[in-house]
Design a protein around this ligand. Structure first.
Ligand SMILES: Nc1ncnc2c1ncn2[C@@H]1O[C@H](COP(=O)(O)OP(=O)(O)OP(=O)(O)O)[C@@H](O)[C@H]1O
Ligand SMILES: CC(C)(CO)[C@@H](O)C(=O)NCCC(=O)O
Ligand SMILES: [K+]
Length: 259
């Protein structure tokens, strides 16, 4: 069985893939100091709690935080006795090489999103991923990741308002009833919710215009469904997109005899 690990700047997610479906998804916050033993304590507690019989033989990691990779490698080696594939490292093959400026290291989550979107929907696709950042990942006709857009994430923007303005409280994102807020919280919710709706619409339409041909739009990440409620922004929403990409990349490396 395959353990897929998606380590973002805020959260780290483990999923177990049995070759057909994900048996479970476990989420913890990302801490670069978390040790291999701590990962295992957390992992085995939850696996036992859910009664999952997981015989992990392979591990693939996407990490946007370089410092956590070392502990995850030790975790993989010590508890599963295997060497993980790490997306973005030279020894992890991708089905199609990214086409970006020389010296650019695209985020491994964006590479996995591109592979997953191509596998499910073909090329000429843009992924909108709501994580710590809100990133737009453009997938060309042949499945290559060809760049995109990085905007500050929704929760990061809310935190920035709260920490930069003494009179503004911490507010959770939600869709406000009205655009014109009549209290402080309503004003902030409106700014962030409708501001992001405009950002998403505007960037997608500019990407499409620049790309010059029809594109499919796939939303992913925790907040995609919330924004879809406000307006029709996405052709589809898939919360397991990054994880699916990791399973496809793993299979590709296996098929190529690389692992
Ligand atoms: N209605 C909501 N309001 C606020 N947060 C939400 C809502 N729905 C989901 N979320 C948040 O979305 C997050 C899941 O998103 P996702 O895993 O894509 O990104 P992340 O973990 O925040 O970022 P990264 O992957 O960069 O670490 C969870 O932290 C969850 O709290
Ligand atoms: C943009 C984020 C933070 C989104 O998780 C991540 O993909 C990342 O750190 N990327 C590196 C830079 C790039 O993708 O061009
Ligand atoms: K993510």
């Amino acid at each position: 069985m395959l353990l897929t690990i998606d380590c973002g700047n805020t959260n780290t997610v483990f999923s177990i893939w049995d070759g057909t479906e994900f048996l479970c998804t476990l989420r913890t916050s990302t801490h670069h100091a978390r040790t291999a033993d701590a990962y295992f304590t957390w992992y085995s507690t939850l696996i036992n709690h859910y009664g999952i019989k997981a015989d992990i033989t392979d591990v693939i990691i996407s990490s946007t935080v370089p410092r956590v990779v070392w502990n995850l490698r030790v975790f993989t080696d010590r508890f599963f006795n295997c060497r993980p594939l790490v997306v973005g490292k030279p020894d992890c093959l991708l089905p199609v090489a990214p086409r970006v400026d020389q010296g650019t290291q695209p985020g491994p989550d964006r590479l996995a999103n591109a592979v997953a979107a191509y596998d499910r929907h073909g090329g000429n696709t843009v992924v909108v991923d709501f994580g710590t950042a809100t990133n737009f990942d453009v997938v060309a006709e042949d499945g290559a990741y060809v760049g995109g857009v990085i905007a500050p994430g929704v929760n990061l923007s809310l935190e920035a308002l709260h920490s930069g303005a003494a009179a503004l409280p911490h507010v959770d994102v939600s869709q406000p009833e009205r655009v014109i807020g009549t209290n402080t919280v309503g004003c902030i919710q409106s700014g962030v919710f409708w501001g992001y709706t405009g950002l998403i619409e505007g960037i997608i339409s500019r990407i499409k215009a620049e790309y010059g041909r029809p594109m499919k739009v796939v939303g992913t990440g925790g907040l995609a469904p919330l924004f879809e409620k406000g307006d029709h922004l996405f052709d589809t929403i898939e919360d397991d997109l990054t994880m699916h990409g990791l399973t496809v990349i793993h299979k590709y490396n296996k098929d190529q005899g690389n692992i």
